[in-house]
Design a protein around this ligand. Sequence first.
Ligand code: DNO
Length: 393
Amino acid sequence: MLETWRWFDRNDSVSLKKVAQAGATGIVSSLNEFAVGEVWPLEEILSKKDFIESAGLRWSVVESLHVHSDIKTRTGNYRELIDNYKQSIKNIGRAGIGIVCYNFMPVVDWTRTNLDYYLENTGSALRFDMVDFVAYDMFVLARENADRSYTEEMGKLARQHFDVMSQEQLKLLESNIISGLPGGEVSYCRESLKQTIAEFICLGEDGLRENLVAFLAEIIPVAEEAGVNLCIHPDDPPFSLFGLPRVVSTQEDVRKILNAVDSPANGLTLCAGSFGARGDNNLVEIVEEVGSKIYFAHLRNVVREANGSFYEAEHLSGDNDMVALIDALLKEEEKRRARGLDLPIPMRPDHGHLLEDEVKMENAKPGYSYLGRLKGLAELRGVIHALSYARKK
Ligand code: DNO
């Protein structure tokens, strides 16, 4: 597997030198300076690529080339936005980058309610607490008919919780949910969030999936020609938020998407933490079924709690069997080699805990501080080496 690292840009608190010292060889990055929907000019891609290469690293994966909301709803000037997307893919291919990660989550990108959840080892982790989330949706955002999205029991729990929360806690909760986490698309204010939810909610699951397939039918042939493999990122968390439809949460969802537009360029980002937040997703089975279309892996673990809540665990602990998953990915790589394909799977240690030396850093990004990921990468590398050694014997 190719060891990669998500690096945001020249202002990232983690320098490329530190990335190289962590032992990663590939960079996962994006052109954040362009608004979602704008064309990425070839010169800008090449300039970032040169900068990465001058540090002895390679730009292995684009994450993310975001899909504009108007494409997801097929409203507004979605035609022009799809043309722009095609042009960006062509430019990325011309620059020699062969993998592009994107998502089709409606309204909000990855979402957590707590960015500072203290662990027993005194590090801090990211957490999604369902009761917090429902309290926000029903009583702060006060979304119309929000109660219909939850069980009566959950509504009661959320009410009790909301009643004892201070203004300060509510403010922090709101900011965690709507300000946008690193690498996400946009941030909202309360009103714009409500309005965007209303635009999406009427699509329903079938409507959203149809729009995704219509988008892929246009984009995938362009990607094929450009020598780019697209890989969709699963919903994070992998269930409905704000009553919105979700179409990339389960193995069945993945099957539908990959079958709808049958091409090697239509692939998947196997995000262990996202799929793994649902107990009914089996990560190894997903790899066994669609392994040949997995072009990128996010290796991260979670501890699943009641009602869909979870927190991010250390990379090798938590509820997902990371060793079994890596073993399945290594098997997939073996199959590729047997078919004469030189197509290793880039993986990145996804998120990490915030550890002592970085706690007071002002610009550490939630989930993307240095030490937690350094530790995660080292642990994952250990597993890869041990499993590879066992195979050679
Ligand atoms: C979070 C990431 C997401 C991901 C996008 C993919 O850490 O996994 O931001 O990059 O959703 O488009």
